[in-house]
Ligand binder design. Structure first.
Ligand SMILES: [Zn+2]
Length: 123
C-alpha cells in the first residue's frame, strides 16, 4: 500500500478502496492448486479501487478506468503503479480494471501459501 499511496500522491489522485483482504470460502490448500484460484485478495496483497481525481474529486470507477480518454493524472497513477512492479488488472486477459496487486501468488508461491495458512488461522 505504501508504494500505491506514494504513486497516488505524486500523480495528484486519491483512491477509494472498494475491497482489500477477502476471506476465501472453505477452500483448503492441497498439494496441487490451480493458480487461478490463488487470489492475492486472500492474503491481503490486492486491492480493488476507484481513482478520485481532479479538483472536484471526480470518481473514476471501472467503466471510467476502461475508457479511452483517461485523465493524465490517472494515466500517471496506473503507469506509476506498474513501474513500481505492481500489476494492474487492466492488463489481465479478462480485464479487472479496479484491481492492483503485488503478484505475490506468482512471484513467491511458498510465501503466498504460508501467509494464506497463517491468515486463515487468525481471521
Ligand atoms: Zn481485485
Amino acid at each position: 500500500m505504501n508504494s500505491i499511496c506514494t504513486v497516488a500522491s505524486r500523480c495528484n489522485v486519491k483512491l477509494y478502496i472498494i475491497s482489500s483482504y477477502r476471506k476465501p470460502g472453505s477452500t483448503v490448500f492441497g498439494a496441487i492448486v490451480q493458480l487461478a484460484t490463488l487470489s492475492n485478495h486472500n492474503v491481503g496483497h490486492a486491492i480493488d479501487m476507484s481513482v478520485v481525481y481532479g479538483k472536484d474529486g471526480t470518481i473514476c470507477n471501472s467503466a471510467c478506468l476502461g475508457g479511452t480518454n483517461l485523465s493524465g493524472d490517472i494515466k500517471c497513477f496506473i503507469d506509476g503503479v506498474k513501474q513500481n512492479g505492481l500489476r494492474w488488472g487492466g492488463n489481465f486477459s479478462t480485464k479487472d480494471l479496479v484491481h492492483i496487486d503485488d503478484i505475490l501468488n506468482l512471484n513467491d508461491l511458498a510465501r503466498y501459501k504460508s501467509l494464506y495458512t497463517t491468515i486463515q488461522q487468525q481471521c
